[in-house]
Design a protein around this ligand. Structure first.
Ligand SMILES: Nc1ncnc2c1ncn2[C@@H]1O[C@H](COP(=O)(O)OP(=O)(O)O)[C@@H](O)[C@H]1O
Ligand SMILES: O=C(CO)[C@H](O)[C@H](O)COP(=O)(O)O
Length: 557
């Protein structure tokens, strides 16, 4: 029998990437990236040229199809394989990235009668303009004692489906009316590939307050938000919600022509980027925390039971791997903090020295920061440059650097920022571990583990846990391909379960990061100090960060 393959397509914030994977062992045979032609639309709406409000972030749905059109034929061409040997396709997406569609499943923004209204466009996950609606959802849910609220750590986010839908209703009721359904972009792309609209349990669970046993919050809750929302879940969010790995359908003839694949190829239901990465590093059982480390960190963990954990983003049964409760938490800025420092705050002499040595500024700082022992800088920082996503869930918190003297060096500050993000992860690890969801070992994927060894050693020392690193540089796309193989099934050359696919296809690097006992001991002391600052500034004892923000807003108006 000829070799069999699957294709995973990872839809990120700036671009989409296709990866063609050998099903026997997970080898990534070819990959190709298509930057979105319309980029992130966060300043000007293309059709009107009108300025968008602050905090808006939209995407163009045609860009998603462009990725299929350019990147899928390219991986087939590069690999030289017979398209008939691709048994399945899966995708993963940022989330909640959502759009309104008509009865035919067409995005309203592609129809001339609606395209001038920004609310007809795809709202990207980082569209943060529905914060007022999120605040109201949280207030009303808390008042009513909604039992689903603790499943989301006590607060739902402005990034999620209900806040975004309500913003559309409030600001553009005509678009709300015209929408036959609101879909996650991941489900919309699958509908374009297969002709079937099928909602997946991952985005429904984490981003749309859906629960396997209880379904969505009841109508009374939605009525309490706004009487016009009473029937939202049975009308514009209607439809069966199916587990990850389910076959959504088969590639249509039209899509086969566009992609160069064979009509009838199995297509898996949609998935989320961070969640797809979990089986791709071989994690299919509890106790192993997967960190997707880049500009931010998503922390993913499996558990046997549904536990309430302060500040987690959510717990969803079957939300990551069928048969387990999938937990998600996160830090809203990690690489972005290092980027801020490198771009905005290092002295010119550092940039010049790095250029002379032909290394980038991060690498220059890392080398020098690595020469310090834990505690030797005398510095401590709070990693809230972009607010706090878990455990405190407060976007109004800001960063803090403590302990500077006239002798403080840039590399010491850089090291302190790396440490601060590690302490942020330790808070999340402790929140899970202390609430009965074991965290025994860490797995890292994403860009940062490839870029900064010091950072990874600090994370191992601060958490006092081994860190295994993904062998793949395209971890979410590999995971999406694995779910594509599961959609195909073993009789077509794929796999019958994601556990089997992970056994054969997932890989981590041979070397791992082990905690160094003497570093662990010092970091334990520093973490106690971090925790005091964390609670003092983060739990209301000293609201100076919020006062500064309020004064800033007042004088800026
Ligand atoms: N050597 C480095 N050490 C630490 N951070 C780095 C280094 N090089 C780049 N970064 C940070 O990595 C982040 C990008 O990570 P990456 O995983 O590639 O992106 P994304 O999260 O968009 O997928 C940026 O925020 C950047 O500041
Ligand atoms: O909320 C998320 C996953 O639940 C992610 O933060 C979102 O999808 C964007 O991911 P990335 O930073 O990797 O583009």
């Amino acid at each position: 029998m000829s070799k069999k393959y699957a294709i995973g397509v990872d839809y990120g914030t700036q671009s989409g990437r296709a990866v063609l994977v050998d099903l026997a062992d997970g080898t990534e045979v070819a990959d190709h990236v298509t930057p979105y032609p319309h980029h992130v639309i966060d300043e000007i709406l293309p059709v009107t040229g009108k300025k968008l409000d602050y905090d808006w972030a939209l995407q163009h749905p045609a860009d998603y199809i462009e990725v299929l059109k350019r990147s899928v034929p390219e991986v087939i061409r590069q690999s030289g394989i017979d398209p008939a040997d691709v048994v399945g396709v899966g995708i993963d997406f940022t989330a909640c990235t959502m759009l309104p569609v008509n009865e035919q499943g067409q995005p309203l923004c592609l129809l001339p009668e609606y395209s001038e209204n920004p609310h007809s466009w795809t709202k990207l996950w980082k569209h943060h303009a529905a914060q007022d609606e999120a605040n109201e959802i949280n207030r009303i849910a808390a008042e009513r004692g909604e039992k689903w609220l603790p499943r989301y750590g006590g607060k739902i986010s402005s990034e999620w489906m209900m806040a975004k839908v309500w913003q559309i209703l409030n600001e553009a009721p005509e678009i709300y009316e015209a929408a036959d359904q609101f879909l996650e972009a991941t489900d919309w792309v699958i509908s374009q590939m297969t002709g079937n609209i099928v909602r997946n349990s991952c985005t429904a669970g984490y981003k749309a307050i859906w629960h396997k046993a209880d379904g969505y919050p009841d109508k009374e809750f939605f009525k309490a938000l706004d009487p016009r929302l009473e029937n939202l879940t049975t009308t514009k969010l209607r439809g069966d919600i199916v587990p990850l790995g389910t076959k959504a359908g088969e590639l249509t003839a039209e899509m086969a022509q566009l992609t160069g694949l064979i009509a009838g190829t199995a297509v898996a239901v949609g998935n989320v980027d961070a969640h797809a990465a979990v089986p791709a590093v071989g994690v299919v059982t509890p106790g192993k925390l997967v960190m997707a480390m880049g500009t931010s960190i998503c922390h993913m963990l499996l558990g046997e039971t549904e536990q309430e954990v302060e500040g987690m983003c959510g717990v969803v049964e079957d939300g990551i791997i069928p048969g387990y409760f999938g937990y998600e938490a996160g830090q809203s800025a990690v690489g972005d903090i290092f980027e801020w420092y490198v771009e905005e705050a290092v002295p010119a002499y550092v940039k010049e020295a790095a250029a002379l040595e032909n290394v980038n500024v991060h690498e220059w700082l890392e080398t020098r920061a690595a020469a310090y022992k834990p505690g030797q800088t005398g510095l401590l920082a709070l990693d809230w440059w972009n607010g706090n996503r878990s455990v405190l869930v407060d976007t109004n918190l800001t960063g803090l650097l403590l302990g500077c003297t006239l002798l403080t060096k840039p590399e010491e500050i850089y090291r302190t920022l790396l440490e601060a993000t590690a302490f942020g992860t330790r808070k999340i690890v402790d929140a899970f571990h202390g609430n009965g969801v074991a965290v025994d070992v860490l797995y890292a994927c994403g860009g940062l583990p490839q870029k900064n060894r010091l950072l990874m050693q600090i994370y191992a020392d601060v958490t006092n846990r081994e860190i295994k690193v993904a062998a793949s540089k395209q971890t979410p796309a590999l995971g999406a391909a694995m779910f594509g193989a599961v959609a195909a099934g073993a009789d077509k050359g794929g796999y019958d379960s994601i556990v089997e696919a992970a056994e054969k296809m997932a890989r981590v690097r041979e070397d791992s990061y082990l905690p160094i006992p003497e570093n662990v001991a010092i970091y334990e002391l520093l973490f106690q100090e971090y925790s005091k600052l964390h609670d003092y500034f983060g739990r209301g004892e000293n609201n100076v960060m919020k006062h500064l923000k309020a004064i800033k807003e007042e004088v800026t108006e």
